[in-house]
Write a protein that binds this ligand. Structure first.
Ligand code: ADP
Ligand code: MG
Length: 704
């Protein structure tokens, strides 16, 4: 379609020959003509672009480098034409078929932080690193329009617009017919005298086009500040190569949006991408030098290394040893398993803190997200429309539906600290199950279907439902989260603000110390700790050894046996806890960079699990550990009483009578069930559809 000689007229001929020379003659370290090889590969695979490495250009010619730096638009255009001219020499037919070839830069001088995008970079080539936070579905963009010019006598001319080698910039109407040179006079929408012009979409040329937004990476965002983002436009073969949540590097030219009419002086910067490259997933962003590695290995040989790590977690916060150890375990994480049938057993450890206000929960979360090599701090409400998982939202810029990644997707491969998780959006309440267990978010809305990766460890905090944690209510009554979500946490900690003079004095002194010296000494400097964690996550994959297996097995069987022997003993543990124990043991081994999970690791995992089960899973009435409290929200003893009360209502219902509240009160009293508990039982029975309230304060059983 395009006429190559006229195309070339527009191209800067100096740049064109420089690039032609570079492509034809650049020889790499293997003495191969690297770019001729790439062009031939491109032809073989019927592609239309080749990667161009910045280092090669820099090595080959200062002039080319300068050209790309000074006027990248013109230089890249010349590069396109140079590729085309070489293709013409190899396969003329293919050169005719492809409208435009692209040289896609794989890198540029240095990355520009998204935060530092300013107007002085306009029309410059930049390289940005960020995370794709939203993407709008690919579109066809009109670049060459075909029109039919119909003269009053019925004669028709077909022509393309723009008539030169330009592409359409905006939706411009033709001003004349290139075939007969008749000018187009438009008056009140009517084409006068010289006939009419009609756009023929079928015969026009469209290219693939897509709009994305990329956001600075959590590790680049200054603490306490909202992350910045920028729009990126992709076209042709790089469309649809990245998804929300992907970490990418994009090289492109800084442009200005057209702006809206009302405020025409203000325009946003955006990037017209020459290339976008997804980072290899799980590529560790923390740079570890050989000196760092020596320090890391030395530290791991210290017999006290784990104590030192735990002591270095939020040193400004006094106490909470077990909790800090659990946070350390979460930061290191277990090893994910990929089974032959395609299922994945997660390695991410999830921890929930439920606690009274002012017990340093938020502080701990913020610290953990800062020390984690890839950490993100957010609140249950989320810091964007996408919340904790993902959302399909209408983009303000374009009015289109776009897919936006939420916190767990952005923290893929790292940890996400979710403060006030009990306040999360309804959509997240549904989607977070999949995110926490399978490490993915599936979304299907407004014609957008996608599955995003969300393998993040969750460190969450919640305030008790009634302001303070009430001991004799059991966990699910104290928190505004469904059991299905609670049961996905490997460990749940309850933090109560109890006045204990000795402890209080220590805390006060500690806080005063921190405030007066403005430092909390960590045994391991935060920078080294972060590198240590990154190193462990990357290189250490501990395997469970027989001794450790035996210990876990015995513990599991022992607890199950107790329930099996006596139906009155509640179920203490399920396979969920078993998997959690394995993860915790692996993470504990990782903390000392051990490749084998040994007895000490599984014993410590069991110790942590026990403290949690005792506090959280404790049936407040019988004092026995009851996993049902976490797993189903109700202790066995409570459920037994509920059944007795339901039986009473059923008895009455059989006689066609409803049971009055006052009668239930009497029964409750005999069962030692207080008012709050009775209200709850009635509420639950109504919710489960066992009873209904035909008139206020009187209950009937639904027929079985
Ligand atoms: P929460 O999120 O649990 O409501 P915050 O994290 O906001 O609590 O903590 C409130 C303040 O109390 C913070 O400044 C925190 O540093 C301080 N604080 C609470 N408990 C401790 C502690 N054990 N040691 C040191 N500081 C503490
Ligand atoms: Mg808080």
């Amino acid at each position: 379609m395009s006429n190559s000689s006229s195309d070339r007229a527009r191209v800067n001929s100096d740049y064109f020959s420089l690039f032609q020379d570079f492509l034809q003659n650049y020889v790499d370290d293997y003495r191969e003509k690297k770019y001729m090889k790439r062009i031939k590969e491109m032809l073989f695979h019927e592609k239309k672009s080749i990667p161009i490495d910045y280092e090669d250009i820099a090595r080959y010619s200062d002039e080319l480098l300068l050209a790309l730096d000074r006027d990248p638009q013109i230089a890249l255009e010349a590069l396109s034409e140079a590729i085309k001219s070489i293709v013409e020499g190899i396969d003329e037919k293919y050169a005719m078929k492809i409208r435009k070839f692209y040289g896609r830069l794989t890198s540029w001088v240095r990355p520009t932080p998204i935060r530092e995008m300013r107007s002085d970079l306009l029309n410059k080539l930049v390289m940005l690193e960020g995370i794709v936070v939203k993407s709008i579905q690919p579109k066809g963009k009109l670049v060459k329009a075909t029109y039919v010019h119909t003269l009053p006598d019925g004669v028709q001319h077909e022509f393309t617009w723009p008539p030169d080698d330009r592409e359409l910039e905006e939706m411009e109407r033709p001003t004349y017919c290139p075939k007969c040179a008749a000018e187009l006079l438009e008056e009140e929408g009517e084409f006068l005298r010289r006939g009419s012009f009609r756009l023929i979409l079928d015969k026009s040329i469209f290219i693939d086009w897509q709009l994305l937004a990329i956001q600075e990476r959590p590790e680049d965002t200054p603490p306490g500040q909202p992350p910045r983002s920028i729009y990126v436009v992709l076209s042709e073969d790089i469309v649809d190569t990245v998804r929300p949540g992907d970490r990418v590097t994009s090289i492109g030219i800084v442009k200005l949006t057209r702006g809206n009419r009302k405020m025409s002086l203000l325009h946003d910067l955006y990037i017209e991408a020459n290339n976008i490259i997804p980072a290899q997933r799980h590529l560790e962003e923390v740079m570890i030098s050989p000196e760092d590695e020596a320090k890391i290995v030395e530290l791991s040989r210290d017999p006290m290394v784990r104590r030192k790590i735990v002591a270095s977690i939020a040193p400004a916060i006094h106490g909470y040893w077990d909790l800090k150890e659990a946070i350390a375990i979460l930061l290191f994480g277990g090893v994910p398993k990929h089974l032959a049938d395609g299922t994945r057993i997660r390695g991410e450890v999830h921890i929930l803190l439920i606690g009274d206000p002012g017990t340093a929960k938020s502080q701990l979360l913020q610290y953990a997200s800062r020390i984690a090599p890839r950490g993100l701090y957010t609140t249950g409400k989320g810091s964007s429309a996408a919340g904790l998982t993902a959302a399909v939202v209408r983009d303000r810029q374009t009015g289109e539906f776009s897919l936006e990644a939420g916190a767990m997707v952005l923290a893929d491969g790292g940890i996400v600290a979710i403060d006030e998780i009990d306040k999360m959006r309804e959509e997240d309440r549904v989607a977070i199950h999949e995110a926490m267990e399978q490490g993915s978010v599936t979304i299907s809305k407004a014609g957008i279907h996608a599955r995003l990766s969300a393998r993040a460890s969750v460190l969450a905090a919640a305030n008790p439902k009634r302001g303070r944690y009430i001991d004799n209510l059991g966990i699910s009554e104290n928190i505004n989260l469904p059991i299905t979500i609670l049961s996905r946490f490997d460990l749940i900690f309850i933090i109560k603000d109890i006045a204990e003079i000795d402890k209080d004095r220590q805390v006060v002194r500690h806080i005063l110390d921190v405030h007066s010296t403005e430092e909390a000494r960590a045994e391991i400097p935060p920078d080294l700790l972060r590198k240590y964690i990154a190193y462990a996550r990357k290189y250490v994959r501990p395997r469970i050894m027989d001794e450790a297996k035996k210990i876990i097995e015995n513990y599991y069987i022992e607890l199950r046996k107790r329930s099996a022997a006596d139906p009155n003993v509640p179920l203490a543990i399920t396979t969920r806890q078993l998997e959690a124990l394995i993860r915790l043991s692996e993470a504990h081994a990782r903390m000392a960079l051990k490749n084998e999970v040994s007895a000490e690791d599984s014993l410590e995992a069991i110790r942590l699990m026990n403290t949690v089960l005792e506090k959280v899973g404790l049936d407040v009435e019988t004092g026995m550990v009851d996993i049902d409290i976490i797993m189903s929200g109700r202790a066995k003893s409570f459920r037994d009483k509920e059944i007795l009360i339901l039986e009473q209502i059923r008895e009455h219902s059989k006689r066609g009578e409803c049971t009055k509240y006052s009668e239930l009160e009497k029964i409750a009293e005999s069962l030692d069930v207080d008012h709050t508990a009775l209200e709850k039982i009635i509420h639950d029975l109504k919710k489960s559809g066992d009873i209904y309230e035909p008139k206020t304060g009187c209950y009937m059983a639904v027929e079985e």
